[in-house]
Design a protein around this ligand. Structure first.
Ligand code: PRT
Ligand code: MG
Length: 214
């Protein structure tokens, strides 16, 4: 049995075509079913639905053999125990610094003031501001980062941006792009040895789809 960990939403949706190319079709719709283990057309493959941030943990400890996780999630997790053979180039976005439209970020940096930054991505944010020599106080949040500058909790946020419409709707502006983000295939290292053939086949098909579509 091969167990693949996915999160509901964009990662699930964007992984489906890759699975299909590998001859794997999920036979239940996660938006309609309440099941957390989804069967496929193949008796030897199943999908488990977990929170996006839990995918690396499931794969690391062997709760799943493979998974798909965003680079954002992998950087915060640290990637211990994970083999990361492939950038799937799906669920693309960027990680950015954003501030309230009336906050002069450039001036704050220039003056060397401490900037209060709210984010779910404390590891990446700490590294980014250290590299730039910007003094920050980081405030860890678990969601709705956009609210922090609007309520005075923080001066800035580090968050993911794709269309930019969430920032716009909350009168925030992007002032720095930290990195491009996409999702990667992650594999449990022991599973790669014990189930080498079927896992290798999935990696190879995914790889050929990814390289032909870019
Ligand atoms: O939603 P939930 O709390 O369950 O978990 P999650 O947010 O971790 O999962 P999910 O499914 O939303 O995201 C899974 C992965 O998709 C992330 O780890 C990223 O790698 C990737 N991804 C790609 C994104 C986005 N694009 C994205 N736009 N993840 C989140 N967003 C959010 C962003 O945080 C912001 O709130 O969408 C908003 C901005 O979108 P725009 O289009 O308005 O700019
Ligand atoms: Mg989300």
């Amino acid at each position: 049995m091969i167990t693949l960990a996915l999160s509901k939403g964009r990662i699930f949706e964007e992984t489906l075509p890759l699975l299909k190319a590998a001859g794997i079709e999920v036979t239940e719709d996660p938006e309609k079913s309440r099941k957390l283990i989804l069967p496929t057309n193949r008796d030897d493959v199943r999908v488990v639905l977990v929170r996006a941030t839990d995918v690396p943990t499931y794969v690391q400890y062997g709760g799943a053999d493979l998974g798909v996780a965003g680079k954002d999630v992998l950087l915060e997790h640290g990637g211990q125990g994970l083999y990361q053979p492939l950038d799937l180039r799906i669920a693309k976005c960027r990680m950015s610094v954003a501030v309230r439209a009336d906050f002069d970020y450039g001036a704050a940096v220039k003056q060397g003031s401490r900037v209060r930054v709210a984010t779910k991505y404390t590891t990446v944010a700490r590294q980014h501001f250290a590299d730039k020599g910007v003094h920050v106080d980081l405030i860890k949040l678990y969601g709705s980062m956009e609210l922090a500058p609007l309520t005075g909790l923080a001066d800035a946020i580090v968050d993911l941006v794709s269309t930019g419409s969430t920032l716009k709707a909350n009168h925030l502006v992007e002032v720095e792009q930290i990195m491009e983000i996409s999702s990667r295939l992650v594999v449990n290292q022991a599973a790669l040895k014990l189930k080498r053939e079927p896992i290798r086949r999935i990696i190879d098909v995914f790889e050929s789809v990814v390289s032909s579509s870019n």
